[in-house]
Design a protein around this ligand. Sequence first.
Ligand SMILES: [Zn+2]
Length: 488
Amino acid sequence: MKKTIGAALLVLVLVLTAVVLERTFTFRSRQPAAAPVAVEPLDTAALAQRLAGALRFKTVSYQDSTQFDAREFTGFQAYLRATFPRVHAALKLEKVNGYGLLYEWTGSDPNLPPIILLAHQDVVPVEPGTESRWTEPPFEGRIAGGYVWGRGALDDKGSLVGILEAVEHIIAAEAKPRRTVYLAFGYDEEVGGRRGAAHIAELLASRNVHPELVLDEGGALTTGMVAGISAPVALVGIAEKGYVTVALTAQAEGGHSSMPPDETAVGMLAVGITRLEHHQMPRAIRGPTAAMFDYLGPEMPFGPRLVMANRWLLGGVLAGKFGATPQGNAMLRTTTAPTVLQAGIKENVLPSSARALVNFRILPGDSVQGVVEHVRRTVRDSRISVEPLPGTMNNPSAVTSVDAEPFQLLARTIRQVVPEAVVAPWLVVGGTDSRHYARLTPNVLRFVGAAIGRDDLRRVHGTDERVGVQAYGTAVRVYLQLLKNVAL
Ligand SMILES: [Zn+2]
């Protein structure tokens, strides 16, 4: 009897091993074949100068909209007109809802659906008190050590000016698009895009514009960010997470702190928050993150390739390892982040209510509704009210198909310009203006071709934001090649 069990076990292990190995060896590369193109002769020093000029305008978005400085935006737009004369002569420009810019480069074939390239004019403020920590000042547009320094170099004036460079270059070569190309530049992306991108998208929708592709920021050409792959990895955002902030309000009897009851509003609220942190929404490898593993796995060394090829068996191991960092975790689940606590007015008075705000970033597949239900279920205290904060509710975006032509086209384009690059789909864990365009097309992609390293992530929205002069040149080449492939 024992012998039979032993033999059966051995057979099982052998079969499992055979299946695991079979799947590993047939885990084929998904990188599209693309013949490299001749490197476009661009004057990268001049490109850097023109970008640097754009960084000198303090087009800052403040949470408090009364701080909006219109002169900076007007100055920035005048700078664009002066710097890209061909664009401004050949394209129609509409100002939308004040400072939104919508350029139309009309194609010769009205039967081809247009494409829309997005970027935003605004930048986040420099945190007061940190100005002196910058190696080069944030709003002087300096070039030093092979970098263009300043707020907006990566997020997102590099894209905006880079797109205009590509169009200017094509017009200079006397080429004309067959397909209509829209350039749409919002001016309040950093505070949600409701005044800029939302209005431009609304206008395009009212004109029945159904683009073949919408391309925005969100992913990048990364180096040293994916363990096991030394080549640059082009992470192309095919979806972005949703968003909701939930307010928890605990009510209790107030009064003198000399005779406190067993339970106080502050104590109840603290228990509620602790429960939320201890009972996170479930972790899962699905959607965009599953697609990312499908694209990265075949390019990896044997060990990780085996794991990624056999997620049916080793998915738990992979999720545990990948989810061990905050960045990895954010790609596997809806995250829970308590951000604001409010209670009490005096040190010896019991507050009759205590309030917390908890911010959730919602994984595609979950929803605002689902998050609110999760919070109610987890807090399970009828004395704590749970309400989503008005104006903070966004469901996750739809997921763009990697098998559809627009993703494949962008992947080929990237590999034409950077032949050694590994392209992979990606989940954008923040938000971009592109979500306002989702109703126009299922094909929304989020990618900028400027090479960035791990170190650059803290620079975006932080101190010492910068872009490499050569890296920026690559971003312009990607826009150029994309326009050649899709529009000319
Ligand atoms: Zn941005």
